[in-house]
Design a protein around this ligand. Structure first.
Ligand SMILES: Nc1ncnc2c1ncn2[C@@H]1O[C@H](COP(=O)(O)OP(=O)(O)OP(=O)(O)O)[C@@H](O)[C@H]1O
Ligand SMILES: [Mg+2]
Length: 362
């Protein structure tokens, strides 16, 4: 039984990815044109990492990718040694690339390479210098792509100002292209500050690609293709129901397909299982936010239950956990928007992901 399309991990190869032809082409053309900064934006589970992986595997240039969210959750820091080390180990993981790049990397102060071991001596190591060297290597290879998945976490760089480093590279290192993804779109923009005249990236050209949900038709086709691949027969009517409830978010559609195929469940039981699984995923994702302020949980619950006006949400919160002043409340609400959990539409607040809505209303 094949479960490539429904596999519940970020995809790497084009044949595992359903559609996204347009997005892949847009990335490819931009990189080949020599653009230096691309952003792949969209809510969680929309397929950013998958699209990024496939693009990197197909582009004819060497690339290094760092999952900044993962680095931050493992090390609670994204200082320049850690990011430098991650960039170097991403290179080391690709043997041929590493051999080729080695003579360049050996030039970087503070970097020591012996065999497959790479050490960084914090004294004297500069990330800008590592990028300069990669740029030199890039002039041989046509270009080097440096990808930061979930780049909004670079804001935790402490003394390391990644916006400054990226701005320097964009201005001076013509053989580098940066691709940044972000699910917390508002936070990523806040961090990059393209509109702030005092910020290093002010006015820099960036090519933003917003990854959209699948339309209902595409969602249905995705499910049909996945079940066909797995050799499992399902009723079209049930798939239409699934599409209605999961609403074009590839991550949930794939999870539905994966559970249905591997656990051999009927539609209703599978939906229950998807919600259960989603609930544990979402609560884990939100736990950090909830630890900052337990009020976030009640605000999300209010919105999930259908309260959409600023005043109504605030009243619900006050009723549940006591009074809060307007400015503080607005800040919390605004933060949920920046994190991408809540959207503001025509002055109302909504949770557009139906699974998230369901999970948070429980
Ligand atoms: N076009 C697609 N075809 C098949 N599966 C997909 C597609 N897009 C996403 N998926 C699946 O959906 C899930 C989420 O995808 P992915 O991790 O790439 O999304 P993301 O936008 O990076 O999410 P996050 O913000 O959580 O990192 C994965 O299990 C992936 O396999
Ligand atoms: Mg991702």
């Amino acid at each position: 039984m094949q479960v490539m399309l429904f596999s519940p991990y970020p995809k790497v190869k084009r044949e595992e990815l359903f559609d996204r032809e347009k997005e892949l082409k847009e990335i490819e053309e931009a990189v080949k044109r020599g653009e230096r900064l691309l952003l792949l934006l969209g809510p969680r589970r929309i397929g950013k990492s998958s699209i990024l992986n496939v693009a990197l595997s197909e582009l004819p240039y060497p690339s290094v990718k760092v999952d900044v969210r993962k680095v931050y959750s493992e090390y609670s820091s994204v200082n320049r040694y850690i990011i430098g080390k991650m960039l170097l180990s991403a290179l080391r993981g690709r043997k041929r690339l590493f051999e080729e790049a080695r003579m360049f990397l050996e030039k970087v102060k503070g970097v020591r390479i012996s065999g497959v071991n790479i050490e960084i001596n914090p004294k004297g190591f500069s990330l800008a210098e590592l990028l300069e060297v990669l740029n030199e290597y890039g002039s041989e290879k046509g270009r080097i792509i440096i990808a930061f998945d979930e780049a909004q976490y670079l804001r935790f760089g402490g003394a390391t100002r990644y916006d400054g480093i990226i701005a320097y590279a964009i201005d001076n290192l013509e053989n580098l292209t940066f691709i940044l993804t972000g699910s917390e779109v508002g936070l990523l923009y806040d961090f990059l500050k393209f509109e702030d005249p005092k910020a290093p990236l002010f006015g820099r050209y960036h090519h933003d690609i917003f990854i959209q949900r699948f339309s209902s038709d595409m969602s249905l086709e995705f499910l049909m293709a996945g079940f066909r691949e797995a050799g499992v027969e399902v009723e079209r009517r049930e798939l239409e129901k699934a599409v209605e409830e999961l609403d074009g978010i590839p991550g949930w559609l794939a999870l539905y397909g994966y559970i249905r195929v591997t656990k051999k469940l009927n539609h209703e039981d599978c939906m229950l299982e998807v919600i259960k699984e989603a609930s544990s995923i979402v609560n884990k994702e939100l736990s950090r936010l909830f630890s900052y302020s337990p009020r976030y949980r009640f605000i999300l619950k209010a919105i999930a239950l259908g309260y959409s006006r600023w005043r109504d949400i605030k009243d619900y919160l006050t009723l549940k956990v006591g009074p809060i002043n307007d400015a503080n409340f607005s800040k919390l609400l605004d933060n949920l928007v920046k994190h991408g959990y809540v959207e503001r539409r025509d002055g109302r607040y909504v949770i557009t992901d139906p699974v998230l809505r369901k999970v948070l209303s429980l």
